[in-house]
Design a binder for this molecule. Structure first.
Ligand code: RIB
Ligand code: CA
Length: 313
């Protein structure tokens, strides 16, 4: 059984889709639900896309709850240029019918309810999109904060610089005010910024190994990764696409594949030039009391071996 029940908050999104395929194929994760948020594409599309991946993974036992439709303060900034108009790259259309099973509860209500109904300190939250849902839940019911076991996020950048501006990583840039609320909450947070995720890249050999598994989730994963490689080559003139969002899921499954250091994080929420910048401070008076840890190293092959093993199961 899993160490902790888990809620995945995401904005599928091509790499969110790979993260969900990994999580849905990992029986040791007790996934209470997937909550979705406006980010890479609209809130309606991220919810639809999470249900598409759920259908492909045959995990209709897991509820998908749609969430916030825009960031706290700033206007929405989508990333369709990296994820395609559908948000799932060029996954074959028409996408499978995705019954929403009357899943009309708002993601924020689901997050608050799950945390208040479960024993304190038992529920993990993985966040792979803008932090809007989690921040709104914390403001709506501050009592959830000490009840969260860990929040494992994809977001931020320190050594690597930004990927949406020179200074900022997309998830933080998209809703910097929400990120500041979450990083300032006092919850235990493990942060996979670009410093970590840029170490984990989808080479053609790694994609071919996944494609050779020839299962519906593996074929979908290979299609999503190939789309990412093509976009990376076009937009960034890189070749091997970084595997951002699967990293927090891989950390929950195999933390030994990563290294992290204690830190404090502040988010730029005012400067038009550096909005969304994460100021990651390692120089702490008392590192042992830090609640935030910044991932500094990732075992790239280990993450792909884990993804391939899970999709083969
Ligand atoms: O910067 C990478 C992050 O932004 C990923 O979560 C990707 O899905 C986009 O949302
Ligand atoms: Ca994402």
């Amino acid at each position: 059984m899993s160490e902790s029940p888990l809620i995945i908050d995401c904005d599928p999104g091509v790499d969110d889709g790979v993260a969900l395929l990994l999580a849905f194929a990992s029986p040791e994760l007790e996934i209470l639900g997937v909550t979705t948020v406006a980010g890479n594409v609209s809130a309606a599309l991220t919810a639809r896309n999470a249900r598409v991946i759920r259908q492909i993974s045959r995990r209709t036992d897991i509820p998908v709850l749609a969430g916030c439709q825009r960031p706290f303060v700033r206007p929405p900034v989508e990333a369709g240029h990296f994820h395609g108009a559908s948000g799932l790259g060029d996954l074959p259309l028409p996408l499978p019918p995705v019954p929403d099973d009357g899943e009309t509860r708002h993601a924020v209500d689901f997050l608050v309810g799950a945390l208040m109904d479960r024993p304190a300190g038992t529920v993990d939250i993985a966040v792979t999109g803008p932090f809007t849902n989690v921040a709104v839940a914390m403001i709506r019911e501050p009592a959830i904060i000490p009840r969260i076991r860990r929040i494992v996020v994809m977001g931020g950048a320190r050594r690597e610089g930004g990927n949406i501006t020179a200074s900022a990583e997309y998830n933080i840039f998209a809703d910097p005010h929400a990120a500041q609320v979450v990083f300032g909450s006092g919850a235990a947070i493990v942060v996979h910024g670009l410093d970590a995720t840029h170490q984990v890249r989808a080479t053609e050999a790694r994609i071919a190994a996944i494609e050779a598994l020839d299962t519906a989730p593996a074929r979908a994963c290979a299609t999503l990764l190939r789309f990412s490689r093509r976009i990376e080559a076009e937009q960034v003139r890189g070749l091997d696409a970084p595997l951002h969002d699967p990293c927090p899921i891989a950390w929950l499954l195999a933390p030994q594949l990563f290294e992290s250091v204690p830190c404090e994080i502040q988010v730029e929420t005012a400067s038009p030039l550096t909005l969304g910048h994460t100021a990651v401070e390692f120089r702490l008076a008392d590192p042992a009391s830090a609640t935030i840890h910044w991932v500094t190293a990732a075992d790239s092959q280990g993450v792909f071996d884990l993804l391939t093993r899970r999709l083969a199961s």
